[in-house]
Design a protein. Structure first.
Lengths: 216, 577
């Protein structure tokens, strides 16, 4: 699988390239800012672009803007955005154009090689990846009035979080050491309690859950 | 009263009485009482006003002009005599005094004709009433038939040439009309351009003057049209001209001392004036609505308005500035209409009367300026704090955080290799340990920049030693302090030195620096002196200003000397109380 990496810090870029190579990806291009990234992707047509949010020249959200631009120009491209901070607002901005093939992860997560490889593959396959700490912030935020999230059982909350991270029923089942069938039942209960219209499509499901979590 | 005044007064008295006697004594042409009174009023009022002007405004030749005009008016009346010589003389000077009137009106109040056009007008007037009129008589312009009871001959008549006379008369009347209309236009223009203060002063003279030019014009027109209105324009002219001198006196009074205005001002200011009332009171006393007061702040060497906002004194002809002093100290500057320069005494008396009130308002303005400065400096301190937080976040993001992420990555690699390739895993672990030490070093540097631990543990003196040792410049440190000072003072002093050294390293990297810190009268006095290029300006760049703000927030003082080419000396004092 072909990957382009955009990261302005030399240490981190080299580290990332080493990790990706180690887990079997082919790093075909490297960039230090948004413009270089767009150019590298145009040139190499990779499967996935891994993008740091904060890059020169403004050191604010160049990566985010470059990522959106990439999705416009290369609809089939998977984009995994890495950030030093877990910001729900950035995640939503990124997902607002559709959740297909997009991911938002804290930089720290890449030290888990298995998790990194899975995330890259997921966005390459059109799935979505959302950092657990962003999901946790969304789930744990206090809501006005009666909070239907509070009616969820412990297990249902776990399932909800994993769903929101973009995992499929099978992945959730594997994580929690339960059967896929049990996961499906939990999912149905969660949708009923939160009054979200049911959908079986994993990709659409993420957006529905996130929209609910972010509302009110 | 000078000798000249007495002589002139005596002469005018004699002349007036003489003219009156000539007029009354003429049995052929008996003058009416009105005629005599008008002549005496015009003559004496001009001479009297002229003498007064001599007294009040020495050096202003308007007084002379008025005296001359008065005597010319008397001279003109001599044509009422049957004596051939007096008759001829009077006749020749019949309208000469009108040139004097024009001069007085045009030159009021400064006593000089302000531009070439005015000088031309005056010159033409003299030419008309002098040479032209006399030439007319010389060539037989005097018609005995028109002059009932006049002596039969005019001794200055040389020949009788009606053609020449006709031309000269046309020239005389035309010139008279042109001068009268032009002078009228000049007055109109002057009125429209005058400031309210000046208008008030020149109004009487201007209007009476304008009226006399109208009268001259009517008289000329009357002559030209063969006198359809008889003698009326002559009487009108005499009446109007008679009032010129009185108008002049009123105007003189107005441009000079508004004594009662000063008295009113004193009473008004006795009741402590409220905000803005002082300015209004001064505007009334000076009759200058545009008057503005700028208060002097000696500490800052600048002017502010009553609200404490900075004021720049005007430097042009449209406004005048009078510096107000009290007990030899400048307290304010009065920005006013230039017309008041004519009347320095009034301005001085008003300033003297308002001195205390101005000093009060100056103190308030100073207070307001301080408050504004305080509020601005608080804003700057808050902004500087925010900027500092951003800087720390950036340092953390670009430094330790990145290194730590890198450590996490390397550990991830080690983890993935530990079973399959323990040797490589060990290499990764060693790499991670090195990275971790570097991350720690970054953090240490950052945290000691935020607050150096040695300051709390050992105090200011060792902390400054350490600071000087770390500095990339050669620093000569001369610290004489008791063991420990209050925490806040030590911290402030440390950061003053630290920031000044950073500043020198940034702007004058090739300098040697001397740092002196000592305790004087319960104040820590810090002096940092470099031999760099100088020219530092705290109003530019936020570094020095931020430092000044923080020192002043602690009740301290901050001074900077940095002439280009002679290094920079910064002195900061921080009170220990």
């Amino acid at each position: 699988m072909r990957v382009v990496v955009a990261e302005d810090s030399m240490i981190l870029r080299e580290g990332l390239v080493r990790l990706l190579t180690e887990v079997g990806f082919d790093v075909v291009g490297q960039a230090g800012n948004g413009a270089e990234l767009l150019q590298q992707v145009d040139t190499h047509d990779p499967d996935v672009a891994i993008v740091d949010i904060r890059m020169p020249p403004t050191h604010t959200d160049e990566g985010l803007r470059a990522a959106k631009e990439l999705r416009h120009r290369h609809p089939g491209l998977g984009v995994l955005v890495l950030s030093q901070y877990a910001r729900p607002s950035y995640a939503f901005e990124l997902l607002s154009d559709g959740t297909d093939g997009i991911g938002y992860l804290l930089k720290d997560r890449v030290s888990d090689l298995g998790e990194l490889a899975e995330s890259v593959r997921r966005v390459a396959g059109g799935g979505s990846v959302l950092d657990p700490s962003v999901v946790a912030q969304l789930v744990n935020r206090r809501r006005m009035g009666n909070d239907p999230v509070e009616e969820l059982t412990e297990r249902e909350l776990e399932v909800l979080g994993l769903m929101a991270e973009g995992r499929s029923n099978k992945a959730v089942a594997d994580r929690l050491f339960i059967t896929e069938h049990t996961v499906e039942k939990h999912v149905q209960n969660i949708f009923a309690k939160l009054q979200i219209p049911t959908t079986t499509d994993d990709h659409r499901r993420v957006l529905a859950v996130l929209t609910f979590l972010n509302s009110s | 009263m000078g000798r000249r005044t007495i002589i002139v007064a005596a002469a005018s008295l004699t002349m007036g009485v003489g003219v009156a006697w000539v007029m009354f004594a003429n049995e052929v042409r008996t003058a009416s009482v009105l005629d005599v009174v008008l002549v005496l009023v015009v003559g004496w009022s001009f001479i009297g006003a002229g003498l007064l002007a001599w007294q009040l405004k020495p050096g202003n030749n308007i007084g002379t002009a008025m005296v001359v005009t008065g005597f010319l008016r008397f001279a003109a009346a001599l044509d009422q005599s049957q004596n051939l010589l007096l008759f001829a003389g009077g006749h020749a000077l019949e309208v000469a005094y009108l040139a004097g009137v024009i001069y007085v009106v045009l030159a009021f109040p400064h006593g000089r004709l302000e531009n070439t056009f005015h000088r031309w007008l005056f010159g033409l007037a003299i030419f008309a009433v002098g040479p032209l009129d006399i030439a007319r008589l010389v060539f037989g312009g005097h018609d005995p038939e028109d002059c009932v009871g006049c002596p039969p001959t005019l001794v200055i008549e040389v020949t009788n040439a009606p053609g020449i006379v006709r031309v000269l008369e046309l020239a005389l009347f035309g010139l008279g009309a042109v001068v009268a209309v032009s002078a009228f236009a000049v007055l109109l223009r002057r009125w429209r351009r005058a400031s309210p203060r000046l208008r008030f002063a020149i109004a009487p003279v201007l209007w009476v003057g304008a009226a006399s030019f109208v009268a001259v014009f009517l008289m000329v027109a009357n002559h030209f049209l063969e006198e359809p209105t008889g003698d009326a324009p002559h009487v009108l002219l005499d009446v109007v001209v008679a009032s010129v001198a009185f108008a002049f006196l009123v105007g003189l009074g107005r441009t000079r001392l508004a004594r009662s205005a000063v008295a009113d001002l004193v009473i008004e200011l006795g009741n402590t004036p409220g905000p803005g009332e002082l300015r209004a009171a001064l505007a009334r006393a000076l009759r200058d609505p545009s008057v503005a007061i700028a208060y002097w702040l000696p500490d800052d060497q600048r002017y502010v308005d009553a609200d404490g906002r900075p004021v720049v004194l005007p430097d042009n002809d449209e406004r005048s500035v009078t510096i107000v002093q009290r007990e030899d100290h400048t307290i304010a500057a009065l920005v006013h209409d230039p017309a008041l320069r004519e009347d320095e005494q009034l301005v001085e008396s008003v300033c003297a009367a308002a001195g205390l009130a101005m000093e009060n308002e100056r103190l308030q303005a100073e207070l307001r300026a301080r408050l504004q400065e305080l509020s601005a400096s608080r804003t700057r301190i808050v902004e500087a704090t925010q900027a500092e937080r951003r800087r720390i976040e950036r340092d953390l993001h670009d430094g330790s955080q990145q290194r730590l992420v890198s450590v996490a990555m390397t550990l991830g690699l080690a983890d993935s290799k530990i079973a399959s390739d323990p040797d490589r895993a060990q290499t990764f672990l060693r790499e991670a340990r090195t990275d971790l030490s570097e991350a720690l070093e970054d953090l240490r540097e950052l945290s000691s920049g935020i607050y150096p631990g040695i300051l709390t543990e050992r105090g200011l003196v060792p902390a400054l030693d350490e600071l000087a040792a770390r500095c990339h410049l050669p620093v000569e440190l001369d610290v004489s302090l008791p063991e420990r000072l209050p925490d806040g003072v030590e911290t402030a002093a440390y950061f003053v030195v630290s920031e000044l050294l950073t500043n020198v390293a940034k702007h004058a990297p090739a300098s040697n620096v001397r740092v002196r810190v000592e305790l004087v009268d319960e104040r820590v006095v810090i002096q940092v002196r470099d031999d760099g290029p100088g020219g530092a300006d705290p109003s530019r760049g936020s570094g020095l200003r931020g430092l000044r703000d923080r020192i002043e927030a602690l009740g301290g003082r901050f001074t900077l000397e940095s002439a280009p080419g002679s290094g920079t000396v910064v002195e900061a004092e921080i009170p220990c109380g």
